[in-house]
Design a protein around this ligand. Structure first.
Ligand SMILES: *Cc1c(COP(=O)(O)O)cnc(C)c1O
Length: 375
């Protein structure tokens, strides 16, 4: 059986976890957390990166920092994971969904402005499959209407848009290190902060509303409760696991890209024949091979395709029931404009196995089976 995902493992993880234990500092913000933050800052060019317990929590932190409140509206695609919406719904905001582009499955940048009201506070672009949204246009709209931009870059680490790392373009960027992502710590994430003025408050909220981060840096004598907050810092043991992978990030990225390219070449013919659709990478976007998907004709064909692959020992999956069709989505959100593509395209999409360590001959086998299905 070829699994859909296998969590990344490079070999150094256990050694680093042991080191974290021997440091006698297994709580947050130890050696490995600092190393991961520094690595991410260096790699992305952000002024500040804070490791968090998940991408969901990084987004919650961003929602707190942007002071999203009851009555506010936040614009995002409905084709996304629930966390994107949850973080804002928790603060009492209403989610306004707009349609996606069928080519990238990202929010359609041309539909955003029309969804803005005097209650709109933020735009949340989701970089689906690690392929960037049209950020120039989104930033232009945000600047014109004085809105925050919080990038859901859960899938976007190592990807760029016109040379800029995803997660560093908006006011805040959120990464995920869940086991299904390119780099993992089991459960975990990171908040990337663009503006210096947000750094201190972010550190305080992440540390239960205290100024403990300043205390650890020796900037104050004792720490105290200065604001509301929560606990968004992961254990250093988890960070140790992640650091082993960040050290090998380029190698992992290249391995994934070569799988992605192999799929792309192997399935091009079916795409040329109009039988399936393949992912599209717009000019100016460099992606990280987070996922490889194909699009079947419709839901019925996709159901048969997934069953056929399963029968042949291949686990292919779909995801994201569009949020506006889910009970909570109806309660906490509304869809602005027409759903031309969100539902239709989500029903066609099928993700093929993709993970670090997936072998070339396995990919060939999968390509062969997809071709066989369409023969
Ligand atoms: C994985 C994912 C998340 C959630 O990440 P966690 O680290 O599990 O909280 C949020 N948004 C998108 C688009 C994701 O793919």
């Amino acid at each position: 059986m070829i699994n859909f995902n296998v969590p990344p493992y490079t070999g150094k993880e256990m050694e680093y976890i042991k080191k974290a234990v021997e440091n006698q500092k297994i709580c947050g913000d130890g050696e490995f957390t600092r190393k991961c933050n520094a690595w991410l800052e260096e790699k992305t060019g952000t002024i500040k990166c804070l490791l968090t317990t998940s991408c969901t929590h990084a987004t919650e932190l961003a929602a707190l920092l942007t002071d999203i409140k009851e009555g506010d509206e936040v614009i995002m695609p409905a084709y996304t994971f629930v966390s994107t919406a949850d973080a804002f719904v928790l603060r009492g905001a209403k989610v306004v969904f707009v349609d996606i582009r069928p080519d990238t499955m990202n929010i359609d940048e041309n539909l955003i402005e029309n969804a803005i009201t005097d209650r709109t506070k933020a735009i949340v672009p989701v970089h689906y499959a690690g392929i960037s949204c049209e950020m120039d246009k989104i930033m232009e709209i945000a600047n014109k209407h004085h809105l925050f931009v919080i990038e859901d870059a859960a899938q976007g680490i190592m990807s760029t848009y016109k040379g800029k790392a995803l997660g560093t373009i908006g006011d805040f960027g959120c990464f995920s290190f869940h086991e299904t992502k390119n780099y993992s710590m089991g459960e975990g994430g990171a908040l990337l902060i663009k503006n210096e003025c947000d750094v201190e408050e972010a550190e305080i909220i992440r540390e239960k509303g205290t100024n403990r981060s300043k205390f650890f840096r020796g900037q104050i004598d004792k720490y105290t409760w200065v604001n509301y907050g929560s606990s968004y810092l992961p254990s250093d043991m988890n960070a140790a696991y992640l650091y082993a992978q960040l050290e090998m990030a380029d190698e992992i990225n290249e391995a994934r890209l070569s799988i992605w390219n192999q799929y792309r070449e192997g399935l091009q013919e079916l795409s040329d024949a109009g039988k399936i659709a393949l992912p599209f990478v717009p000019e100016g976007c460099v992606h990280n091979a987070h996922m490889f998907y194909i699009k079947a004709k419709d839901l019925e064909e996709r159901t048969r395709l997934i069953a056929f692959l399963k029968k042949n020992g291949i686990l292919a999956v779909f995801h994201y029931i569009p949020l506006h069709t889910a009970p909570a989505g109806q309660k906490f959100g509304r869809f602005h404009g027409e759903d031309n593509y969100t539902t239709r395209e989500s029903e066609r999409l099928c993700r093929l196995p993709m993970y670090y360590g997936l072998q070339k001959d396995q990919v060939d086998y999968i390509i062969g089976k997809v071709r066989e299905f369409y023969a």
